[in-house]
Ligand binder design. Structure first.
Ligand code: FES
Length: 573
């Protein structure tokens, strides 16, 4: 049953008094005719476009297309910018500002006369940041994912953004690639508008958003430069106006069932470990309790159906031509909550029914999955009392049960200084341990957990080793990499006390990560441990370090969990 249809924008534009005059008059300087202020749903187009966010560089044009759809449906579109996070440009890591961008989004929405929101997203953190912010206001909201780049093409082969970068780096070290190759490959890899076209974090976020029901069906896999992406943007502009009239809010879409669906879909597509952190943060903004263990419980027995790098062979363009996410959702429908509502007013089951697959090599049938069990495993043990994660489908598979001698790097600088030292005492059975790269320690929990192997071992033909850290890894990366160790080393987690030569046991089947050191010895090391200096004594970074939560809580600020609704009672003048 439809709920009461109310336009909060009338609190700004609907009054024939001094403040009504103020709110309308200045906005009229952009040439909006009077009827735009008279009872039309006002649609905020939240744009993460920036020249400094290459993956979102086309979103300015997309905002104009969304506007066409909004006008056509009888709404009044107003575009506004929010902080944009360019993954490949910003230092030290975009994750440091995800929460800041979410605050920008939340406050920009609440403070303005908006009835419905279209979120234009693309690069990794630009998706979760704006969804987190919008969820804390809880207006009718639809997401327009900017879409992946076309397949990279290098010397007759498809190459995937991110994934090829790691291969390139290893190739430079082993001597199979030269610096001339590097220059040529740069333009071959990024040859159109859009975000990374592997199943990296951006594609993971886009498929997550579609699985959550926040996009029109099939939106996530359409390449950025395909005209059908523009059609999707136009239709999203149409639809958001209807959503306002139906009062279909984010909280109607983002239910516990929707999150559970998204966890399962993420396993089936071989999505990034970064999903965990972002999805927990989004869930807690909208009041859904999602735990780290839910990802293992719901996702780890799911089959891997999508043959995309880094777990597989193809790229997002191929995924789109094979039928896109609707094929996967349809194939696993028996495992999903098919009655979960989506932004088009239909359930996810209704939207994704009897969808043909056009390429079974790209999307495997359910009875012949690429892997029987995909998903993300959550590890526990004395080395990670609050948990850590590993993505078995992105590993070589040979080291999932392994005991080895720790080779410890105290900081990322220590790692860079020593990793290629020919005298480094390390072999392929060792376990590489990196400290100081957690949310507080770095600060911002960068994607450095997939440490490159020592040059001398790469030259020997070694391609995988166990690596452990309190950081994250790019969704385009691969290897037997244990991530998100919590509590992190910089706040005194057990990781801080690991020493060179300690024995560590990893057993993914048993979900175990164990430091083979007695409790007495650990207690001794704990008493001798000196915490690092805070990363900053002023400004945003100081606030970040004081309020960021650990990975299992989504790395949101403690004071941002939940929402504050959309009401603003006071006027500025
Ligand atoms: Fe933007 Fe990969 S760098 S999506």
């Amino acid at each position: 049953m439809s709920k009461k249809y109310y336009l909060r924008s009338t609190e700004w534009f609907g009054k024939d008094d001094k403040m009504g005059f103020v709110h309308r008059s200045w906005l009229r300087n952009q040439g909006h005719p009077d009827q735009m202020f008279r009872g039309k749903p006002v649609i905020g187009i939240c744009n993460t476009w920036s020249d400094l966010t290459p993956c979102n560089g086309h979103l300015r044009e997309f905002a104009e297309i969304v506007k066409r759809g909004v006008y056509e449906a009888g709404g009044f579109p107003l575009e506004f910018p929010v902080m944009s996070l360019g993954e490949t440009i910003m230092k030290p890591t975009t994750m440091l500002w995800r929460n800041l961008a979410s605050m920008d989004t939340e406050e920009s929405i609440r403070a303005n006369p908006l009835d419905g929101i279209v979120l234009l997203t693309g690069c990794d953190k630009t998706t979760p940041s704006v969804i987190m912010g919008a969820a804390s206001v809880n207006l009718p909201t639809i997401v327009v994912p900017g879409g992946p780049m076309l397949n990279g093409k290098f010397r007759g082969k498809d190459i995937g953004s991110g994934t090829f970068t790691w291969q390139l780096s290893e190739g430079l070290k082993s001597g199979t690639l030269s610096t001339d190759d590097l220059i040529e490959a740069e333009v071959c890899m990024s040859r159109s508008a859009g975000h990374c076209m592997t199943m990296g974090t951006a594609s993971t976020m886009a498929t997550m958003v579609e699985a959550l029901g926040l996009t029109l069906p099939g939106a996530s896999a359409i390449p950025a430069v395909d005209s059908r992406k523009k059609v999707m943007a136009h239709l999203s502009g149409n639809r958001i106006v209807e959503m306002v009239k139906e009062n279909l809010r984010m909280s109607d879409i983002l239910t516990k069932e929707a999150f559970e669906n998204a966890i399962k879909v993420n396993s089936a597509v071989g999505g990034s470990t970064n999903l965990i952190i972002h999805m927990i943060a989004i869930a807690r903004r909208i009041g859904v309790k999602l735990e780290l263990d839910d990802f293992d419980k719901l996702g780890s027995d799911m089959p891997l159906l999508l043959n995309l790098m880094p777990s597989g062979k193809y790229l997002m363009e191929d995924f789109f031509y094979a039928g896109g996410l609707p094929v996967i959702i349809d194939q696993i429908r028996e495992m999903l909550h098919v009655n979960a509502m989506t932004v088009n007013g239909k359930t996810i089951g209704e939207n994704n029914k009897d969808v043909p697959c056009y390429n079974h090599d790209v999307i495997a049938p359910l009875d012949k999955p690429l892997k029987e069990k995909a998903g993300i495993a959550v590890l526990k043990g004395n080395l990670c009392k609050n948990g850590s994660v590993i993505k078995p489908s992105a590993t070589s598979g040979e080291l999932l049960k392994h005991r080895g001698r720790a080779v410890v790097f105290e900081t990322i600088e220590d790692y860079h200084a020593r990793i290629d030292d020919p005298d480094l005492d390390i072999d392929e059975n060792c376990i590489m341990v990196l400290k100081g790269v957690g949310p507080v320690g770095y600060p911002g929990m960068p994607e450095v957990g997939n440490m490159e192997l020592p040059e001398k071992l790469i030259k020997k033909g070694i391609t995988d080793m166990v690596r452990i850290s309190d950081g994250r890894m790019s969704g385009t990366a691969y290897g037997t990499v244990v991530l998100h160790v919590s509590p992190e080393s910089s706040i005194g987690g057990t990781l801080a006390f690991v020493q060179n030569g300690d024995i560590i046991e990893l057993d993914v089947e048993k979900r175990l990560l164990h430091l083979d050191v007695t409790e007495e010895e650990l207690e001794k090391r704990r008493l001798e441990w000196l915490p690092p200096e805070p990363p900053a004594d002023r400004g945003y970074v100081k606030m970040f370090a004081e309020h960021v939560q650990q990975a299992e809580n989504g790395c949101d600020f403690d004071f941002l969990v939940g929402g504050s609704g959309s009401e603003v009672s006071r006027e500025p003048h």
